[in-house]
Design a protein around this ligand. Structure first.
Ligand code: SF4
Length: 419
């Protein structure tokens, strides 16, 4: 674990630098790129707020959510008027399906203004039914990702999901019924809960292989500075010692029927795959409160305050509150991280994009991972090895934890309750 601990330490430092935003009063997005890019839309409302979660989420209130969807449509119109074009859309949260008719209205607007090739929607199991899936498929949604997390009743009860989102048996049933409506049905899973044992994980894997969703995303539990204390009082310390063992347990169970789509995503052989938008896209816009965008060589964040979000949109202003412009070296580092998270990096495309070979911009890191057996060069690509997949789980865990810490601070500054 010394190597993994070192990788985690370096990644933590790099992420801190990456998220050292220059705060600013009112910001404008950069000029529209000359080709369509991706769009991320954030819907922050949830019926139940899970204790381990550091996403930007708030307790559901119907009137507030309706106002929010209204503002969101205006924000997207502003991007349209600026000449932005979007080829793909990822709607995440929170719970995007919390008000199905509002979500469908939003998708209708997206289709009219941008005609994206693909739309991916996250949902919680309590909002998942056959009727909604049919409507989403008819509206052009290609991928639905269901937040299962685990089928273990003991863990579900400990994190407060059992009553609101259903027992392990209910979750299995819901997932079973959801098959076959969209191109890709993804089960979002979490492993390495402090009370989880190898047997409990094995049970999750048994159910998943039995149900056979098109795609499974298995994240390690990620805790920010704030959620770490909360999880400790509920379940005990979150340790990374079991994470590696569990990851290899997952790999060996899933690799027979699923092929890797990213370091922690598994897709059924022969199915079309839409993986995480940050892997597949060099640039994307973030819309909605607390959303991030990476566009025009910089990372942008929207305000985390729902009140400020609504007010700024009403005034016809973009709700952007922070920006960090990247150097070429930083952008190249980001492309290296995300490319290999998606399993390979094309060396010629990298050289064309950054005007210099990988060795000149990311030399020490590449050499480190070559020597550590995490990557290999093959067919003009740098490819992640089996060992490297776990290194990248560590890197992405630290990256997303850094993002979560930034979210926590921003939410606190916006006066949002901690739970
Ligand atoms: S884990 Fe999902 S349901 Fe729970 S608070 Fe976070 S976004 Fe909401």
């Amino acid at each position: 674990m010394i190597r993994e601990d070192f990788i985690a330490w370096v990644m933590r430092r790099k992420t801190k630098e990456c998220f050292a935003f220059e705060n600013s009063g009112t910001l404008e997005p950069p000029p529209a790129p000359d080709k369509p890019i991706h769009l991320y839309i954030h819907i922050p409302f949830c019926a139940e707020l899970c204790p381990y979660c550091s996403f930007h989420r708030v307790q559901f209130s119907e009137s507030q959510a309706r106002e929010y969807f209204h503002a969101l449509k205006k924000e997207l119109r502003m991007y349209h008027e600026r000449g932005y074009a979007f080829s793909g859309v990822y709607i995440g949260g929170g719970t995007p399906t919390i008000l199905p008719e509002e979500l469908l209205g939003l998708i209708d607007n997206l289709q009219k203004d941008f005609s994206p090739h693909e739309i991916s929607v996250e949902t919680n199991p309590d909002r998942l039914d056959v009727h909604l899936l049919k409507m989403l498929a008819d509206a052009g949604v290609k991928r639905v990702s269901v937040g299962i997390q685990t089928f273990s009743d003991r863990i579900l009860k400990s994190v407060g999901r059992y009553d609101k989102y259903g027992s392990g048996t209910v979750l299995k049933q819901k997932l079973m019924e959801a098959k076959g409506f969209v191109n890709t049905l993804n089960a979002d899973m979490i492993y390495n809960f402090p009370i989880q044992t190898a047997e409990m994980l094995e049970q999750d894997l048994d159910i998943l292989t039995d149900v056979g969703p098109d795609q499974i995303t298995f994240y390690p539990l990620m805790v920010s500075d704030i959620t770490r204390g909360r999880m400790k009082s509920l379940m005990g310390n979150v340790t990374h010692r079991t994470e590696k063992l569990f990851f290899h347990q997952i790999l060996s169970r899933l690799e027979e029927a699923y092929q890797p789509g990213s370091a922690w995503c598994f897709s059924k052989r022969g199915t079309s795959m839409i993986d995480e938008y940050i892997v597949m896209n060099d640039e994307y816009v973030g819309a909605g409160s607390g959303a991030f965008g990476l566009v025009g060589g910089g990372i942008y964040a929207n305000t985390f305050s729902l009140q400020a979000y609504g007010r700024l949109i009403d005034q016809g202003k973009f709700p952007l509150f922070a920006r960090k412009l990247f150097s070429v070296r930083e952008l190249a580092g980001y492309a290296f991280l995300m490319g290999l998270f998606g399993l390979s990096l094309d060396l010629e495309s990298f050289r064309r994009r950054f005007g210099a070979p990988l060795w000149r911009l990311i030399g020490p890191e590449t050499l480190f991972f070559l020597l550590a057996g995490g990557v290999r060069i093959e067919g003009g690509k740098l490819r992640l090895t089996r060992r490297g997949r776990y290194y990248w789980v560590v890197m992405m865990r630290e990256f997303f934890t850094g993002v979560d810490d930034f979210r926590d601070l921003s939410r606190e500054a916006a006066g949002i309750q901690k739970l």
